[in-house]
Design a protein around this ligand. Structure first.
Ligand code: ADP
Ligand code: ZN
Ligand code: ZN
Length: 723
């Protein structure tokens, strides 16, 4: 037989099918080693056939890498082909998405262990003084099959001696590394409330593939997802459940583990390479039927899907930031269509684009307008920080917030304070000459971290000595502007010396269980106040939290991004939703310098519909997405000259397209990216605003041509981050 092979090199030159001889039983989708020039390269079998137009006598033979199940399913191959075609990237790149990186590099193997079992006999011919052999026999009689490592430690040489005599047998078994041994389950089966049951029935009955579940925070969306997954499992089908960042929601995780046990496999970035491999393999082999994880779990090697769920569908983490810059939603929709199942998108604050599609009837729409048990949504008060400043209050806390905090602490409840900026202060500025401390490798200002006594770059992680004087003019008048979470904690400690305070941001949550530890401590009421960045806004369910303070509600509003209003509305609604989830009523204090802003006014009354109508008419008037598409071609490279050359190729290619199809373009220009350099790479961009449905394939083609070994050219559709 002949195998059609794609070699695993992400380069345009090798991006085509090569024919190889192969064994008759080589499955499509398996990984192989293919002789290529004077090397042997890993590759993927895309197809097998009987004949080739390539001369048989010149054809080389591939060697299989694995026995048994091929790594890639038919569906994976189809999707990878489709993505490569659409985004104009080498197939090797899209195929890789479907495998754990560890598998490709071959660094991780299945973990196996040897187990000894005693052969049952009436009499063992063992010398009386052979203590270790007798030790093993007795141990095995008492404990049954045992890991040889344990026996060898206790009774050196015993197992080997017995093996020679035929008194024990040794078997090799695969161990699956279980990443969440320490997460305990807390599950109770629940009957759905009538609202939840109606929602489930609607989703099942409606014949549109995509269903939007729009439910206020605390309305019980999670229970609906679990119900759909359980049904799919009962029908012998598999499920994919995506959450923005799984390590942020250990509660969700333990719920899933408790309810679905070993049927659930968790894929996320915090796992060790070995653990990732094992979880992936459990899904591929069918041992686990539910894949739970962040964005990349959409590539889970599952067959026969019964449902695909994207929780918090508005979350920006669903857009890939590395090539190929795929949209998770697009892949999810393709998988749902391929499997003939539903794709459920859930959110309290759907993205404007998604909601429009639901309004237009393209997606089904289910609403949950009330919290479980009719609990009220927390009351939101606005604190006008302009007035606070006028009254001489220069602290980070308004009078209203301080009053509420005191009440909350006195009654033994808990508070969450939200500020989307980590570190002590955002930047260090010289008051004399205006010098701003910047990273050497990136064009961004450095953030002061008081607890580590250093300046850090949040883009590349670079660290610098703190400044004592301005390096430009020698002045000692340095100002630390822009309060971060560390400074908030400092200020709180001064105000409330006895309060127990936790901080949760990227700096305090290192390691696999970093988030879990903080959330557990807070959940067990071993702290009174939790200060944190957006990672505290998501999904958490703490019954004792009765106060949420949004310290700087304006922070996202002033970005020159068409989505800044939407993002602010989402963030405020999400973080407010953490308050008053149990018996006691919740409160929210929103600190702002622009209390008259529309977005804040809609957020205060939880008026998503009002916000949406306002936003969609603004977008229509200004012709921003979803009425157009923003496309950014980002060109980056270490060598500035080569980067500029690639930019030229892209720019002139697109300019030709522009003159041919000017009716398709609303805006077109090339420029330096807002951050001109990150990690020593120069960054240029061509920005376009386009009319019409899909991005023209020409755009991708032009960019593929400009790509070289040294320059990355990526096409981003409605980028979530324009830096
Ligand atoms: P959402 O995901 O919509 O924010 P959750 O799924 O977290 O809401 O549900 C809010 C709270 O209601 C949780 O504490 C959850 O345990 C509880 N809950 C959800 N569904 C039910 C139900 N059917 N019966 C009892 N409690 C429920
Ligand atoms: Zn200076
Ligand atoms: Zn940097």
């Amino acid at each position: 037989m002949i195998a059609e092979v794609i070699v695993d090199i992400a380069s345009g030159e090798t991006d085509r099918i090569f024919d190889y001889l192969c064994d008759d039983d080589l499955p499509v989708g398996s990984r192989v080693r293919a002789p290529f020039g004077n090397k042997v390269l890993p590759g993927f079998v895309m197809n097998v056939k009987e004949r080739s137009s390539y001369p048989m006598e010149k054809m080389k033979k591939v060697l299989p890498c694995e026995d048994g199940l091929p790594a890639l399913t038919d569906e994976c191959l189809k999707l990878a082909n489709k993505m490569a075609d659409r985004y104009k990237v080498p197939k090797a790149l899209t195929l890789r998405l479907f495998l754990p990186a560890e598998m490709r590099t071959g660094k991780v193997r299945e973990l196996t262990r040897n187990y000894a079992t005693l052969v049952e006999l009436d009499d063992y011919q063992i010398a009386k003084n052979a203590k270790n052999q007798w030790g093993v026999v007795e141990y095995l009689q008492k404990n049954g099959k045992t890991d040889c490592a344990i026996l060898n430690r206790e009774f050196a040489g015993g197992v080997n001696a017995l093996l020679k005599k035929g008194y024990v047998t040794v078997t090799k078994e695969q161990i699956l590394r279980d990443p969440y041994k320490t997460v305990e389950g807390v599950m109770e089966e629940r009957t759905l409330t009538p609202d939840q049951a109606t929602a489930v029935a609607y989703i099942e009955k409606d014949d549109r593939t995509v269903q939007l579940l729009h439910g206020v925070t605390g309305s019980g969306k999670t229970e609906i997802y679990l119900n759909l997954i359980a049904k799919s499992l009962k029908a012998g089908k598999s499920s994919i459940f995506l959450v923005p960042e799984i390590s942020l929601t250990p509660q969700m995780l333990s719920q899933l583990r408790a309810r679905f046990g070993k049927n659930a496999a968790i894929l996320h970035s915090g796992l060790s390479a070995g653990e990732k491999f094992d979880e992936w393999w459990r899904l591929r082999s069918g041992e686990a039927k539910i894949a739970i994880g962040a964005r990349s779990a959409i590539f889970a090697p599952l067959e026969n899907l019964g449902v695909v769920i994207i929780d918090e569908e508005h979350d920006s983490s669903y857009f890939s930031e590395s090539s190929p810059r795929y949209s998770t939603f697009d892949i999810a929709r393709l998988r749902a269509k391929y499997n003939g199942c539903k794709l459920v998108l859930g959110s309290a604050t759907p993205s404007v684009e998604t909601y429009k599609k639901a309004q237009d009837g393209e997606f089904g729409l289910v609403r949950l307008t009330k919290r479980i048990n009719m609990r009220p949504l927390p009351e939101i008060t606005i604190a006008d920080m302009r007035r606070e400043v006028r009254r001489g209050n220069n602290s980070s806390f308004s009078v209203a917030l301080k009053e509420e905090l005191e009440k909350c602490l006195e009654s033994g409840n808990q508070a969450i304070l939200f500020l989307n900026r980590r570190g002590y202060s955002q930047s260090v500025i010289c008051k004399e000459c205006g010098y701003v401390a910047k990273c050497d490798a990136c064009d961004v200002s450095l953030t002061y971290h008081k607890d580590e006594k250093c300046l850090k770059c949040h883009y590349c992680g670079g660290r610098y000595e703190p400044l004592t004087a301005c390096p430009e003019c020698g002045s000692y008048k340095l100002s630390y502007t822009g309060t971060g979470t560390q400074r908030i904690v400092d200020e709180l400690k001064k105000l409330y010396p006895t309060a127990r305070i936790l901080r949760m941001d990227n700096d305090t949550t290192r390691g696999k269980e970093g988030h879990y530890k903080i959330l557990k401590e807070f959940g067990e009421k071993r702290a009174d106040i939790l200060v944190g960045t957006q990672m505290i806004a998501k999904g958490h369910d703490f019954p004792s939290v009765t106060l949420v303070g949004v310290l700087d509600a304006d922070m996202g509003l002033h970005f020159s991004d068409y989505r800044s209003g939407e993002r602010t509305f989402q963030l405020i609604t999400q973080v407010a939703g953490r308050s008053g989830r149990a018996q006691e009523k919740g409160k929210v204090v929103l600190q702002t310098f622009s209390p008259e802003n529309d977005v804040l006014r809609f957020a205060v009354t939880y008026d998503y519909e009002g916000f949406y109508r306002n936003e969609i008419s603004r977008r229509a008037a200004t012709v921003f997405p979803p009425f157009s598409k923003i496309v950014r071609v980002l060109v980056t490279g270490e060598d500035e000259k080569k980067t500029l050359e690639a930019l030229k190729t892209v720019y002139f290619g697109l300019k030709d397209l522009y003159s041919e199809k000017s009716e398709y373009f609303l805006f077109f220009d090339k420029m330096k990216a807002p951050i001109k350099r990150i990690e020593n790479k120069f960054r240029y961009q061509v920005l376009m605003r386009l009319l019409g449905g899909e991005i023209l394939p020409d755009v991708y083609e032009i960019c593929a041509e400009a790509r070289t070994r040294d320059v990355v050219v990526s096409v981003e559709e409605n980028p979530v981050n324009l830096s």
